[in-house]
Design a binder for this molecule. Structure first.
Ligand SMILES: O=C(O)CCC(=O)C(=O)O
Ligand SMILES: [Fe+2]
Length: 302
């Protein structure tokens, strides 16, 4: 039987779920987040999303400001709290429900963090993560008919209203009006001008006792939903941004995931940092990497 959550995810292309950060992990995650954000801003962590680059490859040595920290499970960052949370029960249970898959089909994928730039407002144009902006109606229909067997999510450590989506757009090609507002590389002046757009707000929740509780709402989404985002240097953002797949997707997930450059995940010293569940999930990713054998290219242009 379909759960209400799964049904909303199917119909709208996204669903918001509270309380996926267990109280006992919250402090460790917040501290780890602060450390990696500081390292990124100081330049000591180079794997980052730079202002001016909307999509992979994100690196641009010339721009000082960042809107994301890449690969937060990387052993060189030395912050095990991230991998521990990625494989935690509450989170994994929701993912299995949304993917309708079993534990032994889960595939480890991306884990990054989205942060506010320090001194530049920035925005991503309206896009689908794995369909080009100039796709025709037929091309879009074909691309959207393929279920990629994966889910992406944002979990907010602090209140976050950066993301905009068009509910239901993961299933249907853009209307001519929507196409006109999403077929160039320009980001929007006003995201709400997109027909059907809603702004997603994730709350850092508080209990009645005014203590931060099992904080952090999560939005799970189909990354081919039509979406964009705006980044305000004045609004603190530290949002865990990740994806997980199920092995039934096979090579259909390869470009979507491997374009982010995940060779470091094959190293034994990364494997040593994850728990038993994580090791099994990682083995399935490595199998995918080996099966595609070579250059997967990029989904979108910068
Ligand atoms: O900032 C966000 O929440 C969205 C990021 C996004 O759309 C992307 O990385 O492709
Ligand atoms: Fe995106």
């Amino acid at each position: 039987m379909e759960t209400a959550r799964k049904q909303i995810f199917e119909e709208q292309g996204f669903v918001i779920v509270p309380n996926l950060i267990p109280p006992e992990s919250r402090d460790a995650l917040e501290m780890a987040a602060e450390t990696v954000v500081a390292r990124t801003r100081s330049g000591s962590w180079k794997m980052r999303r730079t202002v001016g680059r909307q999509f992979p490859p994100f690196f641009n040595e010339d721009h000082p400001d960042s809107w994301g920290v890449q690969h937060i499970m990387h052993p060189d960052l030395g912050e095990p709290a991230f991998a521990q949370w990625y494989t935690s029960d509450a989170l994994v249970d929701v993912i299995k429900e949304l993917l309708e898959c079993e534990e032994d089909e889960l595939q480890m994928e991306l884990f990054n963090m989205l942060i506010n730039p320090e001194s530049h407002a920035f925005a991503l144009r309206w896009h689908r993560d794995d369909v080009r902006e100039i796709a025709t109606v037929d091309e879009e229909r074909k691309a959207l008919d393929v279920w990629h067997c994966g889910v992406q999510w944002n979990t907010a450590l602090y209140n976050d209203s950066c993301l905009y989506v068009v509910p239901g757009s993961h299933k249907v090609p853009r209307t001519p009006e929507q196409w006109a507002l999403s077929s160039t590389l320009d980001s929007p002046d006003n995201p709400m001008a997109m027909p059907g757009a809603v702004r997603v707000t994730l709350q850092r929740r508080f209990t009645a006792l005014k203590q931060a509780s099992a904080a952090g709402e999560t939005v799970f989404y189909n990354n081919n939903i039509l979406h964009c985002a705006t980044y305000d240097p004045e609004e603190r953002r530290a949002t865990l941004h990740a994806s997980m797949g199920d092995t039934r997707g096979g090579a259909t997930r390869a470009r979507n995931v491997l374009q982010h450059g995940l060779m470091w995940m094959k190293e034994e010293r990364f494997r040593e940092t994850v728990d038993e569940r994580g090791k099994k999930m990682l083995d399935r990713l490595i199998k995918l990497q080996e099966s595609v054998n070579g250059d997967v290219g990029y989904s979108l242009e910068n």
